[in-house]
Design a protein around this ligand. Structure first.
Ligand SMILES: O=C1O[C@H](COP(=O)(O)O)[C@@H](O)[C@H](O)[C@H]1O
Length: 245
């Protein structure tokens, strides 16, 4: 595991964008294409905008990139809560990504079916081989959830690499998420986390004894890939250990 601490959010986003570009270019050079699973919520929006900006957009052969989603809110694609809509507006449309390279979760069918269909879509993309994404972007909630792996939900105990629906009792909503074993098959898994309000969550995930029910992000540990945390100084303020930065 590698953790890099940046002084400001601007430097963090710049550093993450450079990492994205370097990883994409290396994978494209080696394998001819790059399959990435995006995270949702608020944190990646500025990163997506930066990647689509003049400073970065010419640095990647975007026509060789395939976009998936690590998790999705069970809402229509037109909803302001949709992770797909956020990525579409901030990244995919500005870069003119061909729709054949974008794989949103189909939220027009019941949640169980949405999960099954997305798993089938991923299986098809990887042609029946184990699904190994080249890069998975991850976020961290202030309750230590990542993707839609929320505290005290049955999906935390899922042993299969796949897609599952999750019901969040407190919010009365469904989510669709990659399971931890699927994420952990990835070649590169990178967390982008900033903001002082998540400092306690980061410390618990990284430094408290394993307790996946309380701190689901502790489940993320690639079996044969690299794990890299990108954080800002504010969120790192409660960390006690020193890290290989
Ligand atoms: O709900 C979600 O939350 C996490 C964290 O989002 P953030 O806005 O607090 O950074 C995100 O990683 C996940 O994809 C999203 O669906």
């Amino acid at each position: 595991m590698k953790l890099t601490i940046f002084a400001t959010v601007e430097e963090l986003l710049q550093g993450f964008a450079e990492y994205f570009v370097a990883t994409a270019n290396q994978v494209i050079a080696e394998r001819g294409q790059f399959a990435v699973a995006l995270s949702g919520g608020n944190s990646p929006k500025k990163l997506f905008e930066l990647l689509a900006s003049d400073a970065f957009k010419a640095q990647v052969a975007w026509e060789k990139v395939y976009f998936f989603f690590g998790d999705e809110r069970y809402v229509p694609h037109t909803s302001p809560d949709s992770n797909y809509l956020m990525a579409k507006k901030a990244l995919l449309d500005p870069l003119n990504i061909d729709s054949s390279h974008i794989f949103p979760v189909d939220t027009s069918v019941p949640p169980v079916q949405a999960a099954q269909r997305y798993e089938a879509t991923i299986d098809q993309f990887f042609r029946g081989q184990p699904a190994r994404f080249d890069l998975l972007l991850m976020g961290l909630g202030d309750n230590a959830h990542t993707a839609s792996l929320f505290p005290h939900t049955p999906v935390l105990h899922e042993e299969a690499a796949g897609i599952r629906e999750v019901y969040l009792e407190d919010k009365k909503v469904y989510r669709i998420t990659m399971t931890a074993p699927l994420i952990n098959q990835g070649r590169n898994v990178a967390f982008l986390v900033y903001g002082a309000d998540k400092a306690a969550a980061l410390r618990r995930v990284l430094e408290e004894a394993r307790n996946i029910e309380e701190y689901p992000a502790q489940l993320i540990a690639p079996t044969d890939g690299d794990l890299h945390w990108f954080v800002d100084q504010a969120i790192a303020s409660e960390l006690k250990n020193s890290y290989n930065t």
